[in-house]
Design a protein around this ligand. Structure first.
Ligand code: HEM
Length: 473
């Protein structure tokens, strides 16, 4: 804060150089603009950095095992995606079948074209994983609670946009993989009540995936989705600063830190960010040199692969479809999950344990217990449902939306309610421990569903060992 200069009563007896006013003038004078180029560039760079970061940050927030650098990595990946995406545009034709041919040309005729495509592909997939891990870190350190609830909601919208960016980009190579994955993925839209048919044909540009869909997805992929993501990222960073910076990491049982020791952003934070970003750029480049993004034969609407699978990040949803009526699997369960995750900061708003991983030592044990229960129960349920649970046959006269939809859903909700009762009464859990337990249980269930969908489903979506699928037996 600037201090007001005061003139002492005996000013008249002093030389001009000694007056308080002069001393204040000297203090307020901006530093001279450096004359040599290096120092001037340094000044410009520092000013740019300080537009994005506060000048000083609590030293504690530099703790590596607190943020794991996941938010910064997500921002780096978005930047890499925009850069490589703009370059890819110069060699892409968004019409069928030319889209496929332009990808072939990019791979063989354009200098580093294949590498560019690989970097774009792997960064996009990595971004989903990183954004989900960042969400989990925010959840498990209690950093979503007031005053950060708005940023939590911005984050959820960004995650949806990241999924949207990946999904719309998936179709662009116009190969068999893309065509059938998008056919499976978009078929779920028809289950949206009342407007499903209309919404489906609006997005697809007709009754099924075609050249019109490619054009629609292309337009969304290069304009609406990245622009919205950019706006939200700007809001997200602004909110981090407005909410007083990051939550302060603490050890379990440590009292809240009132006046944390601060260090300057330059060099302490910037040095770490630079090393982190350069390391990830090196990892992604190296990986992209050796591992190519998949590309199958040109899209053929008459040749459906067996099994036809959705993109990997929607395989949990596709696995749900094998166990529930499509309306329940594709609409009811995702809507309940979304409503639940949005309302988390309002359900569990105690801020006592903010900044402590898993809230406490006991919270850590409860989270591990929840993960174990979920692993056992979700796997057992998937196998049992495949082998002998047959609600539709047992309740033959009932509409399948009830026998195969709401009845298994009610049973699943009852199991969750019983688990919650056990943590509440049996283990004497607090509200935040109950929320921690249920969230961990559901997050692990989603991981189990996704892994089973990706690796354990063979032809006809039969449950099989991955090695039997690979060997074709
Ligand atoms: C493109 C996606 C995202 C980017 C680029 C991004 C970036 C960042 C960055 C740089 C930070 C500060 C450093 C850090 O915590 O690592 C941060 C903090 C935060 N992010 Fe994200 N984020 C993204 C997605 C999300 C998602 C999906 C959520 C949750 C639903 C979320 C919620 C938050 C919250 C609540 C904070 C404040 C954490 C605290 O105070 O400890 N963000 N984000």
């Amino acid at each position: 804060m600037r201090r007001r200069a005061t003139i002492s009563p005996d000013t008249t007896n002093r030389t001009a150089a000694e007056t308080g006013l002069d001393r204040a003038r000297k203090r307020l004078k901006p530093p001279p603009v450096p004359t040599d180029d290096r120092a001037r560039s340094r000044l410009v760079l520092d000013t740019m950095i300080l537009h994005l970061h506060p000048a000083r940050i609590p030293q504690r927030t530099l703790k590596w095992t607190y943020t794991w650098g996941l938010g910064g990595l997500a921002a780096l990946l978005v930047t890499m995606l925009v850069t490589t995406g703009v370059l890819l545009l110069t060699n892409y034709t968004p019409t069928a079948p030319d889209a496929y041919l332009s990808i072939l040309a990019l791979r063989s005729n354009v200098w580093f074209g294949d590498l560019l495509r690989n970097v774009h592909h792997w960064s996009a997939n990595l971004l989903i994983v990183v954004a989900v891990l960042h969400l989990l870190r925010v959840f498990f350190t209690g950093a979503y609670r007031p005053p950060r609830e708005v940023n939590w909601i911005f984050g959820i919208v960004m995650l949806l946009l990241i999924l949207g960016a990946n999904f719309t980009g998936y179709l662009l190579p116009w190969d068999q993989l893309a065509f059938w994955a998008i056919t499976v993925g978009t078929s779920l839209i028809s289950y949206v009540p009342f407007i499903g048919g209309w919404l489906g044909s609006l997005l697809l540009g007709g009754p099924e995936v075609s050249g019109a869909t490619l054009l629609n997805f292309y337009a969304l992929h290069i304009s609406f989705v990245p622009l919205s993501l950019f706006v939200l990222m700007a809001l997200h960073f602004w909110r981090v600063r407005k909410d007083g910076g990051l939550t302060l990491p603490r050890a379990a049982g440590e009292a809240p830190v009132e006046k944390p020791r601060r260090v300057t952003t330059i060099p302490y934070l910037i040095r770490r960010e630079t090393v982190w970003a350069l390391s990830w750029i090196a990892i992604i480049l190296t990986f992209s040199v050796f591992v190519s993004a998949p590309l199958e034969g040109i899209a053929d609407p008459n040749l459906s692969p067996n099994p036809a699978k959705a993109p990997w990040y929607f395989m949990g949803l596709q696995e749900l479809l094998l166990h529930f009526h499509p309306f329940v699997a594709a609409i009811v369960i995702p809507s309940l999950a979304l409503a639940g995750i949005i309302s988390l900061p309002f359900l569990d708003h105690l801020t006592d344990h903010e900044g402590i991983w898993f809230r406490s030592g006991r919270g850590r044990s409860l989270a591990m217990l929840a993960a174990g229960c979920s692993l056992a129960l979700s796997s057992a349920w998937i196998v049992a449902d495949d082998l002998f649970l047959d609600w539709a046959a047992w309740l033959g006269n009932w509409p399948t939306i009830i026998s195969n939809g709401f009845i298994p859903l009610a049973i699943a909700v009852m199991v969750l309610a019983l688990l919650d009762l056990w943590v509440d009464k049996g283990l004497d859990g607090t509200l935040e421990e109950r929320v921690l337990f249920l969230f961990t249980f559901l997050a692990v269930s989603l991981v189990v569903l996704t892994i089973v969908g990706i690796f354990f489903r063979g032809p006809g979506m039969e449950l099989m060992w991955p090695w039997s699928i690979a060997s074709g037996h």
